[in-house]
Ligand binder design. Sequence first.
Ligand code: SF4
Ligand code: SF4
Length: 473
Amino acid sequence: MSSVDLLEQEPELYQPREPIHPKSIKGRFRRFKTTIMMLAYAIFFLLPWLRWARPVGPDQAVLFDIPGRRFYIFDLVIHPQDIFLLGGFLILAAWLLFFVTGLVGRAFCGYFCFQTLWTDLFMKVEYWVQGDRNKRLKLGRQPWNLEKIGKKGLTLLIWTAIAFWTGFTFTAYWADTPQLFVSFFTMHAVSAAYITTGILTATTLVAAGFAREQICIYMCPYARFQAVMFDKETLLVSYDAQRGEGSSGRKPLQKGLMALEERHAAGTGDCIDCNLCVQVCPTGIDIRDGLQLACISCGLCIDACDEIMTKRGWPDGLIRYASELEIETGTKPSLLKFRTIGYGVGTLLVSALMIYGVLSIKPADFSVRQVRQPLFVLMSDGSIQNNYELKINNKEQTPLDLKLEVEGVKNAEVSISGGFKDLHIPADGTRNYHVHVRVPGSSGVSRQVIIFKLIDEQGKFPPIQQETSFNYK
Ligand code: SF4
Ligand code: SF4
């Protein structure tokens, strides 16, 4: 090729997508995937409709109430002050992911990831409407006639309905679901509900209907860094190349190479090159080419190959969950390796911290702000008064009766504007009080630390306190 030819050649910056039409397959991994899928859908789609009786607040089991500044998760009510718990939850999810990846590779991708779950459902719709792989391939090749328009149109219609219901369900976690349902379909819902549902509908349709494996291969950041969590003992979906290729490579079934003994005598491997493992793969790869970024560890190629092996009466496991070490040397992987133990300990520690965090959520909290204009008031009897603004939040679902005490300043007398003696804070409510602290005279210093203490009269929790200052001058 001349240099002119080379210059004229357009560099290929983008590899066009080859549509993938996976063949359906039965087997233990397929059953496991379907079970997880059903469970995940049941939880995701039904949870916003689940009612939950609370003394105060909404009767929805899970509700992220942004205007009310509360997250309701069954009996747990998260206030803005406890939002660190959500950060803790994300850290816990990350540790759990590291732990699982260290043990069984990308199992999260293959069975639990939203992208995988929704793509799986969209593929099922294709299967129900257009038939299995061969029929879909044939339909794809044929011109746009009535049959093709009908089947492709129906598929798109069902996909859009699923995507819409996914978007609406997501929105329902942020509002009272039955009310939202009525207002949404009578066009009386807030615009945020329509925008959120619209965005989720569009992204679900594109990601699960059209982009599919492209999301896993090119867009998912986890796919990029997961390899650093692998080691030679990590369980991965692996092709046993020694067994499959033998000494003279894989060969299809043919005369003289039908029985296992004949193949072994000829140095031929157990792989009959039927390509079923490639046809069932949702990302369209050939696991026989070794570990690849595109493999989401779904195990469907294991089901496919086991089906072939079982049909022939040969031992299964030519493709199986195995570590690199096991494939190379036959040594079973050890679960108790330093890295896995580290991830496991990290996960346990973060879980313990989370449990502690949830259990130690204070039933009430308060802030105290010294009134600075004026900083102190010299009263006609010579005493000195400082004023404070007290804001108390009751995070409990029952009312609280609190007693206010101060410490740190000698002979201090406390009074509350409005003549309150005890502080009654309604369930899940907030109250503001104007508090006066008066001392008989000067103490010789310009200011002292004063501690405000709230005591639960029913003794359900220990006193809570805040520090501020008392000014004499
Ligand atoms: S190679 Fe096997 S495990 Fe990996 S994505 Fe394809 S079917 Fe799933
Ligand atoms: S399914 Fe098994 S036998 Fe068939 S090509 Fe794949 S590895 Fe070979």
